[in-house]
Design a protein around this ligand. Structure first.
Ligand code: NAP
Length: 496
């Protein structure tokens, strides 16, 4: 059977678009991008809740080769990210490759025809030489398993499915969760709701947000003089790199930095909240860095408003009209779930991926440790680039990960072309050595094993208690490995 596409990319977010741009540059023009949502943008298409903004300085949260001089703030609001995604798709000719509302249900490597067979909801099967999964780490919304939640008769809104048509004004609102999403949303809800109850299980470290407007004249300078914006990007990246190395990767050597960061966040809380009991409830008991910290100037003050209540007793059940905890029951009209995402369960990867001899990637990961060479490729899965793999996430801005992966693709596909081959597969030895290196780094140096993370309930950790999301190296090392990994780490064969 002939193969329809050079590559099928699943996901039209920034990761999938970066992969498509790179494949086009490498000469692969016959691409199909399948996206389950009705539009492109990934996270920035799905998340539309009030207060949505990027929590990494915008100058670093973009492709380095496509700077955006138009960001209105240091931390741009969500709709600007969405507009930027649309701009990139238009400029790089990606939109015409995309098919929306296309839910991939499975993919299997066809050993006979040496291509991937990708099944789409509705029964269609498309074939491609290469499969790129770019479905995001934070893309499977988590609905908490709380007794009675299905019986609630009022409105339930998950933050990934915001209902713009629903008017929250004057309503009694409850929100479950105090992660980065809730930190952005809660101050907005306080403006709308008549009563707001926040159900917190684990507090979050929050530091002040240097959220400045970027004046128009400065934006004009960025547009006219790209090196000026590159310099700002470089400075921002350097700060993020420093935070990542000292706070997470090299905690052993720099643990004083985490202590300083904690004191900084405590002082922020102290300045904004006078009530010592409320402060105590809002103060985490785990080390800074175990869980993604966040920035906000408006989160803590929200709890000091008379119609806002912080509830820290655990939720016992939800009934038709309210939420019950050991401390009492609260009647509500609306239940907002800011409960985050499932990362490591049966929905990872986002659909069934079957490699050689029917090996199921998700099952194999769960039974044999989460692992992927350079966070991208897996032995037994030829011609698969799994962009949201264990140890893939490098640095604090997602764009670092994306650009390292683009570099890796360039080296890999160039090696394939040089050998007139078209099937690659990472060797078991290279994968094993990479896994061992990552595990040793996590164990010997990182905050995840040396800090106090037991009570953090962080999605950085998988169900076995291993921190398998972040790559525990500097981003410089990640870039270097992407550009120079030994070519012998892959086998290269030709379908012919
Ligand atoms: P999250 O960090 O996983 O937070 C989920 C929250 O829901 C936590 O407070 C969690 O409590 C709580 N929760 C979950 N299940 C619960 C249950 N059964 N009972 C009670 N509480 C429960 O998710 P998120 O806030 O959506 O943020 C995810 C990530 O998205 C962030 O870390 C960040 O990387 C990214 N993000 C980025 C932006 C941005 O850049 N604009 C904005 C928002 C989010 P526990 O901690 O106790 O589990």
């Amino acid at each position: 059977m002939s193969t329809q596409y050079d590559a099928v990319i699943v996901g039209a977010g920034f990761g999938g678009m970066g992969a498509a741009i790179q494949l086009k540059r490498l000469g692969y023009q016959n691409l199909l991008i399948l996206e389950r949502e009705p539009e492109l943008g990934g996270t920035w298409q799905v998340n539309r809740y009030p207060g949505l903004a990027v929590d990494i300085p915008s100058s670093t949260y973009s492709y380095s080769f496509e700077p955006n001089p138009h960001w209105s703030r240091l931390f741009a609001p969500g709709e600007e990210l969405k507009r930027y995604a649309e701009h990139v798709a238009g400029k790089y000719g990606l939109r015409e490759l995309m098919r929306f509302g296309a839910v991939v249900t499975g993919a299997a490597w066809d050993e006979h025809d040496r291509h991937w067979r990708v099944s789409v909801e509705g029964g269609e099967v498309v074939t491609a030489k290469y499969l790129v999964t770019a479905t995001g780490f934070l893309s499977q919304p988590k609905v908490p398993d709380i007794e009675g939640i299905d019986e609630f008769a009022g409105k339930v809104i998950h933050t990934t499915a915001w209902d713009d048509s629903y008017d929250l004004r004057g309503k009694r609102v409850a929100i479950i969760g105090t992660g980065a999403t809730a930190v952005q949303l809660i101050p907005e809800l306080t403006e709308l709701a008549a009563e707001l109850t926040v159900y917190q299980r684990t507090p979050i470290w929050v530091s002040p947000k240097p959220d400045y407007r970027i004046p128009r004249p400065l934006r004009a300078v960025f547009a006219a003089l790209p090196p000026a914006q590159r310099a700002v990007r470089f400075a921002g990246s350097a700060v993020l790199e420093l935070m990542m190395i000292s706070g997470v990767v090299r905690y052993k050597q720099f643990r004083a930095t985490n202590w300083v960061a904690e004191q900084f966040c405590r002082a922020h809380l102290h300045r904004q909240v006078r009530d010592p009991e409320l402060r105590r409830k809002l103060t985490p008991d785990y080390s800074f860095g175990c869980k993604r910290p966040t920035f906000s100037n408006t989160y803590f003050p929200a709890f000091t408003r008379p119609h806002v209540r912080l509830e820290t007793s655990s939720i016992e059940r939800v009934d038709r009209t309210g939420v019950a905890t050991a401390a009492g029951r609260t009647d509500i009209d609306v239940l907002v779930l800011a409960t985050g995402f499932n990362l490591w369960d049966v929905n990872f990867p986002a659909f069934e991926v079957l490699g050689r001899e029917g090996r199921d990637l998700g099952k194999w990961w769960r039974e044999n440790r989460f692992q992927a060479y350079e966070g991208m490729t897996v032995p037994g899965f030829p011609n698969l680039l799994s962009l949201n793999s264990p140890y893939a996430y490098s640095g604090l801005s997602y764009f670092t990960t994306i650009e390292c992966q683009m570099k890796h693709m360039r080296r890999l596909f160039t090696a394939l072309a040089d050998r007139r081959a078209d099937v690659f597969e990472v060797t078991r030895e290279a994968n094993d050595a990479f896994l061992e290196r990552m595990r040793t780094k996590v164990t010997d140096n990182s905050v995840f094993s040396l800090g106090q993370c037991a009570t953090a309930r962080s999605y950085y950790f998988n169900q076995h208690g291993e921190a398998t999301l972040l790559r525990p190296t500097s981003t410089l090392s990640a870039h270097r490995d992407a550009a120079r990994f030994p070519l012998s780490h892959y086998s290269y064969t030709s379908a012919a």
